[in-house]
Design a protein around this ligand. Structure first.
Ligand code: PGA
Length: 249
């Protein structure tokens, strides 16, 4: 269904110092001059966005943030607004990652407010949803993820560029992945809600898969119908691994 180039986005999480920019440059260097079958983005910690954006300028590799505060500005010590990410050179932002939902109690409605903040700043949101192991074992996977999609996407996203990432919580950083059938079923369910919410536009929104994507499993995951890319954590930290995943797209 997805005709667009797949989006391969790396989520560095809380990893990376200035020296790590070597990896980002190696990714861009290896892709340089080749017809890219995929859109490629790296989402480093906020402290590296400006330097990464400067170093990757004109390479085609995009830069994103990992979260933002919904408000424009204010007395929110330690937080970063969508405008600040954009000002630093980001073009995308990951929102509603399960580590934010679990660790900071982020609700669907807060994630929806962050979507509006991202749009206000001209950022393209990548909105994450996914079930826990208890949800899956309890047979609630599709109900949980469709509920998260309904609650975490704002009406303002209609007609705007955004992506959804299906990331089973139990597959993140564990080396475990769902079966190809389980991934497909989740993506079909998410697609149904996107079409319900956004009509024709919802039929074209990329749905990424995330959770232990590696060079060894990327090709089969990316070949599943309606997998429109990957959100890659650990394997995005090393240029060689990330490039192998990009090559599989
Ligand atoms: P992982 O993380 O690839 O290390 O499992 C994915 C994510 O959390 O986005």
């Amino acid at each position: 269904m997805t005709q667009m180039r797949p989006l391969i986005a790396g989520n560095w999480k809380m990893h990376g110092l200035e020296s790590s920019l070597d990896e980002a440059r190696a990714v861009a260097g290896a892709l340089d001059g080749r017809p890219a079958a995929a859109r490629v983005a790296l989402c480093p910690p906020a402290t590296l966005i400006r330097r990464m954006a400067d170093q990757l300028e004109s390479t085609g590799v995009e830069v994103g943030g990992q979260d933002c505060r919904a408000e424009l500005s204010g007395a929110f010590t330690g937080d970063v607004s969508a405008e600040m990410l954009a000002d630093a050179g980001a073009g995308l932002v990951i929102l509603g990652h399960s580590e934010r939902r679990a660790g900071y109690g982020e609700s669907d409605s807060l994630v929806a407010a962050k979507c509006d903040a991202a749009l206000r700043a001209g950022l393209e949101p990548i909105v994450c949803v996914g079930e826990t192991l208890a949800d899956r074992e309890g047979g609630r996977t599709l109900a949980i993820i469709t509920g998260q999609v309904r609650g975490s996407l704002s009406a303002g996203l209609a007609g705007k560029a955004f992506a959804v990432a299906y990331e089973p919580v139990w597959a993140i950083g564990t080396g475990l992945t769902p079966t190809l059938e389980q991934i497909e079923a989740a993506h079909v369910a998410i697609r149904g809600v996107l079409v319900e919410m956004y009509g024709d536009h919802g039929a074209r929104v990329p749905i990424l898969y995330g959770g232990s994507v590696k060079p060894a499993n990327a090709a089969e995951i990316l070949s599943i119908a309606d997998v429109g890319g990957a959100l890659v954590g650990g394997a995005s930290l090393k240029a060689a691994d990330f490039l192998a995943i990009i090559a599989a797209a």
